[in-house]
Design a protein around this ligand. Structure first.
Ligand SMILES: Cc1cc2nc3c(=O)[nH]c(=O)nc-3n(C[C@H](O)[C@H](O)[C@H](O)COP(=O)(O)O)c2cc1C
Length: 199
């Protein structure tokens, strides 16, 4: 089973990247056979989608195919999205425009929203309402919101991290693994040729 951990920050050494790898650890503890593809939108310099492919040639000619094929090989996704300005990040939306070649089709995804304060609800509602139509990602009904993320260190959390959150994360990660396993056969019924975009 392959799971992509996607970090959608616009910053170097971001909290999203740190949280992505912690989530990978949670998943490995549940199932040590899971293989990961780490995609950090900042580190990999994924450009803003444009119909002009003359800029960022290196990305469009080389990196794009490599990343797209790794996503295609993934069976499930963890999507870490920080709240910026009461919204999901531009990188989180851009991801769905750039990788729009069936990579996510009818595969389960877990939304993990983070905030350095008390936010984090808006990215969840934004992604649930507007990211799935053409990507056909299947957000599982559980999501995680990590507030006061700067204090989130499993085993030695700061005072503002609720004591129950690790159990909630383990529960959600376990469900993602199960959805990933049980949704796999649905790939046999997909017709992207005739119905590539949602209604
Ligand atoms: C441009 C910008 C806007 C932000 N706006 C919000 C916000 O509206 N609500 C919130 O809870 N946190 C906001 N924050 C704080 C981020 O949620 C917090 O810094 C988070 O750790 C950033 O994640 P990152 O390091 O992965 O980029 C904002 C941060 C930045 C950089």
């Amino acid at each position: 089973m392959k799971i992509s951990l996607i970090s959608t920050s616009h910053q170097r050494n971001s909290q999203s990247k740190r949280i992505s790898s912690i989530l990978g650890n949670f998943i490995s503890e549940i199932n040590n056979k899971v293989e990961f593809f780490h995609l950090d939108m900042f580190d990999l310099k994924v450009p803003l989608w444009t119909s002009e492919k003359k800029e960022n040639l290196n990305f469009w000619k080389n990196d794009y195919e490599i990343i797209s094929s790794k996503l295609k090989l993934s069976d499930g996704f963890v999507f870490v999205v920080p709240e910026y300005g009461g919204m999901a990040t531009p990188n989180s939306k851009n991801f769905f425009l750039v990788f729009n070649n069936g990579e996510l089709f009818h595969k389960p995804g877990l939304i993990v929203s983070i905030s350095s304060g008390n936010g984090g609800a808006y990215p969840v509602s934004e992604l649930r309402s507007s990211s799935y139509k053409n990507s056909h990602i299947m957000w599982i009904p559980e999501n995680i919101i990590i507030r006061n993320v700067n204090q989130f260190f499993p085993g030695k959390h700061g005072k503002l991290i609720p004591h129950w959150i690790d159990d909630r994360i383990k529960y959600s990660c376990n469900l993602l693994i199960k959805y990933t396993e049980y949704l796999k056969p649905i790939q046999n019924y997909i017709n992207r040729k005739d119905f590539s975009n949602g209604m």
